[in-house]
Ligand binder design. Structure first.
Ligand code: 5GP
Ligand code: MN
Length: 320
């Protein structure tokens, strides 16, 4: 078994990063590994780069250490090791310049759409989350409450609180070890997963109200425009959870949610109850993810995008 410490043993400088628009697994994994490496390699310089996480993740220790200012990210610094978590190098965003220069590149991920990048590639699609995979690469004796809490958040978010089908017996074993550290897991679930601000609840309501079913009611789609986001004063992070709510509709096999990034550019989120492989649909448009949860960015009008996505979905549902 590859233990992460072995891979970085002699490194003087290490950078850890994850994907743009970081979700719970990304933030939890990146912070869990950062805290772990700081503890395991006290002599090394360890930096953590990520787009600023949502405020709900402020419960993770040392979250303020994250470097989120990318204006002058390329200082010419060459890291001994650069570790990419929960994605491949193509979703690193502006930090990619530092990754490219690093002496050794490590990729740890669980996305089936990720072929892996760099010198050491640990991509295990059967894992519920990158956080679960990281746990197995860490020395259990070196874990502490702060690291456990970060990894726990990662697992909880990518499994929908241990509810999605990616939750395996091993996932629950890992979780059982993590909660032995005694943090208030119930509060973490409420505060980071279920609690919504008033405007988040309002815009979710609006998106559900304006949703449309098609393909014999097997698909449901909704969209939030730039104007709507400005009206409610919300950011893309505030739209998390809408697509899952759409999928909960009885009879729906596949849910599509999109929000406008800018004119004629949309971020797409898709969810499936299992019959449709939405990762395969997303990959047609340069995106990726998992069988039941995937995404991509598309150019074109809202209706063109739906039509283009619908072709891939209809094929899988055997609908003309
Ligand atoms: P979400 O819909 O929550 O943004 O993403 C669902 C899943 O698809 C996550 O695992 C996420 O990492 C992945 N995903 C979302 N958008 C993209 C994308 O543009 N490219 C790739 N490769 N994966 C994506
Ligand atoms: Mn993940």
């Amino acid at each position: 078994m590859i233990r992460i410490t072995e891979e970085v043993r002699n490194a003087g400088s290490i950078a850890v990063s994850g994907h743009i628009r970081p979700d719970g697994d990304c933030v939890g994994s990146v912070m869990g590994l950062y805290l772990y490496l700081k503890k395991e390699l006290p002599e090394a310089e360890v930096d953590v780069y990520l787009e600023k996480p949502a405020e709900i993740f402020d419960c993770i220790s040392h979250i303020e250490d994250i470097k989120s200012e990318f204006n002058n990210v390329d200082t010419g610094k060459i890291y001994d090791v650069f570790i990419v978590l929960d994605c491949a190098d193509d979703r690193l965003g502006e930090v990619r310049v530092l990754y490219e220069k690093a002496r050794k590149k490590i990729n740890i991920d669980h996305h089936i759409s990720n072929p892996g990048c760099g010198d050491v590639r640990i991509v295990e699609p059967e894992r519920s989350s990158t956080a679960e995979l990281l746990y197995d690469l860490m020395d259990p004796a070196a874990l502490d409450e702060e690291i456990a809490r970060a990894l726990y958040i990662g697992i909880i978010h990518d499994t929908g609180v241990l509810r999605y089908s990616n939750t395996a017996p091993h996932t629950l074993q890992v979780v059982s070890e993590l909660i032995k550290f005694g943090f208030d897991f119930s509060k973490i679930i409420d505060d980071t997963f279920y609690e919504k601000t008033y405007v988040q609840t309002q815009i979710m309501g609006r998106a559900i109200l304006e949703s449309v079913r098609f393909m014999h009611d097997k698909c449901i789609v909704s969209m939030v425009s730039r104007r709507m986001m400005d009206f409610y004063q919300v950011t893309p992070q505030d739209l998390d959870g809408i697509v899952n709510q759409l999928l909960a509709v009885k009879g729906v096999e596949c849910a599509i949610f999109m929000y406008e990034i800018r004119t004629l550019e949309y971020k797409i989120s898709m969810r499936s109850k299992g019959r449709v492989d939405v990762a395969a649909v997303a990959m047609r448009f340069g995106g990726g993810g998992h069988v039941r949860a995937a995404g991509c960015t598309m150019n074109g009008t809202y209706h063109d995008n739906i039509n283009n996505l619908a072709i891939g979905i209809a094929e899988q549902l055997n609908i003309e």
